[in-house]
Design a protein around this ligand. Structure first.
Ligand SMILES: CC(C)(COP(=O)(O)OP(=O)(O)OC[C@H]1O[C@@H](n2cnc3c(N)ncnc32)[C@H](O)[C@@H]1OP(=O)(O)O)[C@@H](O)C(=O)NCCC(=O)NCCS
Length: 214
């Protein structure tokens, strides 16, 4: 299993799906016609496989919870791009990167992000981190690439939980990271506070942000 460990709160339903290109082709019968046509419009092949795996991970998770076949789960895309399952009372989030997809659902608002760790252009640093954070990062007892991916996934998880996604700058999410416990506090651009958890290894960084209030 290439994914790093991450603490998942007990009230969060969580699913990991490691996939290959061949497998995602076999999963097309789990997707709706709308999902199949959206998938067909994606130029990047890896993106198509990730999209399929993300939807299958979430559909399987919700199908088990709701007692429905994964293909029959009613998923709708909201105005900001965020997914919802009407009448389930659950907040949903999913992410895919490399050959892994993850999905989370909870009665508390939740956001999840996953990134395949790889070399990134230096400009990413400016996009993700505020100036004071760049300084703090150099003091962290971990490799700078790991620190960048840790901050990136934490901030994107928060922006997915609050529903804005990258329409808001990750620089505007403030983090307070506790490395030993792999936990963080976060304040989003609207000054809302989030709890967050993260994990990182040589291959993947993962983070989950959740509303501390149930
Ligand atoms: C949401 C967003 C951060 C996802 O980033 P990503 O690295 O491309 O993809 P991830 O694997 O992390 O997440 C994908 C999932 O995010 C979810 N998502 C999309 N918009 C979202 C939003 N506003 N809030 C929360 N979740 C969102 C979807 O469920 C999507 O899954 P899908 O592809 O099956 O529909 C990014 O696409 C975004 O900010 N979109 C809105 C703004 C936009 O379109 N900007 C142009 C590109 S920067």
């Amino acid at each position: 299993m290439p994914l790093p460990d991450i603490h998942i709160p007990s009230d969060v339903l969580f699913r990991t799906l490691v996939f290959s290109a061949e497998e995602t082709r076999d999963w097309m019968n789990i997707l709706t016609d709308e999902e199949i046509s959206r998938r067909a419009g994606m130029k990047n092949e890896q993106r198509r496989h990730g999209f399929t795996a993300g939807r299958v991970a979430l559909r399987t998770l919700l199908g088990e919870r709701l007692g429905q076949a994964p293909a029959h789960v009613n998923l709708i895309v909201g105005p900001t791009g965020r997914l919802a399952c009407p009448d389930s009372g659950l907040y949903l989030s999913l992410a895919h990167s490399g050959e892994v997809a993850v999905a989370a659902a909870s009665h508390r608002n939740v956001g999840i992000d996953l990134e395949h760790v790889r070399d990134k252009p230096a400009s990413l640093l400016d996009y993700i981190l505020a100036d004071e954070e760049k300084e703090q990062m150099t003091l962290m007892p971990i490799h700078p690439t790991e620190a960048l991916f840790m901050c990136w996934t934490l901030k994107e998880a928060v922006l997915k939980a609050n529903g804005t996604g990258l329409r808001k700058s990750p620089r505007k999410v403030r983090l307070s990271i506790d490395l030993p416990s792999a936990k963080a506090g976060a304040i989003d651009p609207m000054e809302k506070v989030w709890d967050a958890f993260f994990g990182i290894n040589d291959e993947y960084a993962i983070a989950l942000a959740i509303d501390p209030i149930g």
